[in-house]
Design a protein. Structure first.
Length: 268
């Protein structure tokens, strides 16, 4: 059983919902990331989604695009991100870490080398935005050999047949994108989310995380009432951006976003 499976199993027993924050590794500078990861766990994060900086993050809106640019100004590479996970693991052996990013840096490293290095560093899952199940090929086998869960996205436009294909390929959890568009978009419709989550549950036994459009404790609680996990990205990255010139403030600022979300989820 992977760390992700273990965490969701423990949350089910405790009747709690997972809180999964996203940050871009190396934003606003590489020294911030590992202490911030620990701070997010202290603030109530159950898993961490760590973005791999990329020059063309097509699924992301302006907030996370800018985060990637800030990290890339420091030349943060996939190797550096794995080093950050390794450093995090020195102080936290339990919190699952999912890398989120794009296929190009992995192809440059090579599928087997990436899977081996990620496993050694302590990575638990990989959400590769531009890698559909039909194209996973050797990378899928390499991840499976190292017990790294492939996390896939589902969208409001995903058909039931497509859901079944993704459910067969995924492990750990599935990530439902709550609205059409890129990260940071607004107009969260919780009734529509609830209907889609129910449809996904009909074809998939994995936990369902919901992201995009969750910005505060109220929206986290409303989504948490229908999903297994709440994924928060742009609301956190905005706080990081606002404090990019004062990085010592970032951990407290991000914690101030997560702590009320954690409380709201625990009150369900």
């Amino acid at each position: 059983m992977s760390r992700i499976e273990q965490r969701f199993a423990a949350l089910r027993v405790a009747r709690r919902k997972a809180l999964i924050p996203y940050v871009t590794a190396g934003d606003p500078n590489p020294d911030v990331t590992v202490p911030l990861m620990h701070a997010m766990v202290a603030a109530g994060a159950d898993l961490i989604e760590l973005g791999v900086p990329f020059s063309d993050p097509m699924a992301d809106g302006p907030v996370i695009q800018a985060a990637c640019e800030r990290a890339l100004e420091h030349h943060v590479s996939l190797h550096d991100v794995l080093d950050m996970v390794r450093a995090f693991r020195a102080g936290d052996a339990d919190t699952p870490v999912v890398l989120m990013g794009y296929l190009n840096p992995i192809e440059v490293m090579g599928a087997e080398d990436f899977a081996a290095a990620a496993s050694e560093a302590g990575v638990d899952g990989a959400l590769i935005v531009d890698m559909p199940p039909e194209e996973v090929g050797g990378l899928g086998a390499a991840l499976a050999a190292k017990a790294i869960d492939p996390i896939y996205l589902l969208a409001p436009t995903t058909t039931e047949a497509r859901m079944q294909t993704i459910a067969r390929a995924a492990s750990g959890f599935v990530y439902y994108v709550s609205l059409k568009g890129v990260t940071g978009a607004a107009s969260l419709d919780v009734e529509a989310v609830a209907a889609k989550v129910a449809q996904i549950r009909g074809v998939c036994d994995l936990p369902i995380g919901v992201g995009f459009g969750i910005s505060d404790a109220d929206s986290a609680a409303r989504v948490g009432a229908v999903a297994d996990a709440v994924i928060v990205g742009s609301a956190i990255v905005k706080r990081i951006a606002a404090n990019a010139d004062e990085p010592a403030n970032i951990a407290a600022e991000v914690s101030s976003v997560l702590t009320p979300m954690r409380a709201a989820l625990d009150a369900l």
